[in-house]
Design a protein around this ligand. Structure first.
Ligand SMILES: *Cc1c(COP(=O)(O)O)cnc(C)c1O
Length: 396
């Protein structure tokens, strides 16, 4: 049997490669940080990690992970409700609730699981999920797993959201689902307007803070802080894999009864292993660090401002970001790939994105700025952009 299937896979893989969409992995032989070492021993500056607060390699977090592992062991060998809940899990859930000003939190192995398990336990075919067109794949999959009626509005388009809300009035409950920050443009969801419409049309609000938590808002508490929407958002999801240390893990946080119901019915929670003590212990430390000081967030924000200003001054076309994500627009798909590979030759890791990841004719280089970057890192990256940009005729 495998022979025919193998040939089919080989053909499909060749087609992926032919279309230039084959994803290759680069081996890093150092920890994740601003400067990384590659397999050939060369060094590169990393501008494509989600290491927004520079915590992936934090000595304080490594110590906290080691301490938690020494005290509570390596693995839990259980799901949460059988025998996989330690005091540490409850402490982390409390720390996340405090951070987001919510009532309770439920941990998952990943935010992919949090989103996969959030809709199906709460909504039925009588209800409606109204989803932003650019929401993350995990929200899309979560919606697919739920029998609720589906509505989709154009990215951050409030007139279109209003149209969906009007169409969904016949349903029992309505929930609006949105990313906090959209990963390709770095734009934020207009939470104040979304909450206003939710109130006008009697809908719940769910926001995924994966790219916004730790980054957006006066003290990095995400879009609820940025738009002062506390108390108006019912469900937040997020990841521990980006700003909050970058290891692994996700969560849903929000209203008490919602979290209670997820603990009873959410399938990725009920049927998947508990997060290991090392990750939980270090994550508790992350929220302690963020409560103590806003220094990392401030540095991250300053880096975005610095990079943007220098790049605009050099003549690059940059999307108006409100996050750690800076889209350097090139428009042409091939150019984005050539540009990214020339940047790699200069020792700068950035990613070139083109259709179908972004709309046709909207190819770009995505730069992700971190508190791990020092001024000299930024200057090197900007110098490389200018050099390659001139070489390829993108700037004069
Ligand atoms: C990264 C990301 C996720 C997935 O998070 P994991 O914890 O890595 O599964 C989910 N939603 C959004 C918006 C993300 O950016």
């Amino acid at each position: 049997m495998y022979g025919k299937f193998q040939q089919y896979l080989k053909d499909e893989l060749a087609a992926i490669e032919e279309a230039g969409l084959y994803k290759k992995e680069r081996n890093i032989e150092s920890s994740q940080s601003a400067e990384i070492t590659l397999a050939d021993g060369s060094k590169a500056l990393n501008f494509c990690a989600n290491n927004y607060l520079g915590l992936s390699n934090s000595p304080r977090l490594i110590k906290a992970a080691q301490d938690a592992m020494a005290a509570r062991g390596f693995g839990m060998s259980s799901v949460r409700f059988i025998c996989g809940t330690q005091d540490l899990h409850k402490q982390l859930e409390k720390a996340i609730s405090d951070f987001f000003h919510t009532e309770d939190t439920i941990l998952y192995a990943a935010c992919f699981d949090a989103n996969g398990g959030v809709f199906e336990p709460l909504f039925t075919a009588e209800d409606a999920i109204i989803s932003d067109a650019l929401n993350h794949a995990s929200i899309i999959d979560g919606v697919r797993l739920c029998k609720a009626q589906r509505y989709r509005y154009a990215n951050a388009d409030m007139a279109d959201l209003e149209r969906c809300l009007q169409e969904a009035q016949a349903q029992r409950f309505r929930v609006i689902a949105t990313d906090g920050v959209f990963s390709m443009d770095g734009n934020v969801a207009p939470m104040d307007k979304i909450c206003e419409l939710a109130e006008k049309y009697d809908a719940l609000v769910m926001v995924d803070e994966s790219h916004s938590a730790g980054v957006v808002g006066k003290t990095g508490r995400g879009v609820a802080e940025q738009f002062d929407c506390y108390g108006r958002i019912d469900i937040f999801t997020g990841t521990l894999g980006k700003a909050f240390g970058g290891a692994v893990g996700g969560f849903t946080t929000g209203r008490k009864e919602i979290i209670d119901m997820l603990r009873q019915r959410s399938r990725p929670y009920l049927f998947s292993n508990s997060i290991p003590p090392s990750v939980v212990g270090a994550s508790i430390e992350v929220f302690k660090m963020l409560a103590e000081s806003n220094e990392l967030h401030t540095k991250q924000q300053d880096n975005v401002t610095y990079f943007r200003e220098k790049m605009l001054a050099a003549g690059f076309d940059i999307k108006p970001t409100q996050s750690a994500i800076c889209a350097v627009m090139l428009y042409d798909a091939k150019l984005s790939q050539v540009f990214a590979s020339k940047m790699a030759e200069e020792g700068i890791f950035v990613t070139g994105f083109y259709y179908p990841v972004v709309p046709k004719g909207q190819a770009r280089i995505r730069v992700q700025l971190s508190a791990a970057h020092e001024k000299e890192h930024l200057d090197k990256a900007i110098a490389a952009f200018i050099k390659v940009g001139k070489e390829l005729g993108v700037i004069k």
